[in-house]
Each structure stands twice: as structure tokens, then as C-alpha cells.
Ligand binder design. Structure first.
Ligand SMILES: [Zn+2]
Length: 88
């Protein structure tokens, strides 16, 4: 009688241990999966920000010449026409 119940206890312990380790493994796997997807989201978000920023910078530094009407980069030289706002 004792032998049967002892083996049942052993079986129960084994089952509980298996569930426990399986749960721990699942938690670790879930955590790694979540962190990986968060990193990927962060990366794509940073990529979008960077491309948006570079677009802003591009429009920022482009300045229209009032005289010749062309868009030139800020700090560009004069087009040569009189009254051109850019330094010749
Ligand atoms: Zn000009």
C-alpha cells in the first residue's frame, strides 16, 4: 500500500516538475520573443524617424533664390545675377 502511494507521489512530483520547467521555459521563450519584437519595432520606428528627419533637413537647407527662382542649398554661392541674395 505504501509502495503504491509512494510511486504515485513520485509520479506527481515528476509531473509537477515537468509542468514547472515547461512553464519556466515557456515564460523565457515568451519574454525573448517579446523583447525581440520590441527591438524590431524600435528599429523600424527609428528608421522611419531617421528618414523623416533627413527629409526635413533636406527641405530646411534648400532655400529659394528670390531673383533667379531656383532652390539651392543654404550657403550656396550667388548665381551671378545682380541682387541675388546669396553671397557671391
Ligand atoms: Zn540667385
Amino acid at each position: 500500500m505504501f509502495g503504491i502511494s509512494f510511486s504515485k507521489v513520485l509520479l506527481l512530483v515528476a509531473v509537477v516538475a515537468a509542468i514547472w520547467f515547461g512553464f519556466r521555459w515557456f515564460q523565457r521563450w515568451e519574454k525573448e520573443r517579446r523583447e525581440r519584437s520590441e527591438r524590431e519595432e524600435e528599429g523600424s520606428r527609428l528608421g522611419r524617424d531617421a528618414s523623416a528627419r533627413s527629409d526635413d533637413r533636406q527641405t530646411e537647407v534648400m532655400t529659394a533664390c528670390r531673383i533667379c527662382g531656383t532652390y539651392v542649398a543654404q550657403g550656396a554661392r550667388s548665381c551671378g545675377r545682380p541682387r541675388c541674395p546669396f553671397p557671391g
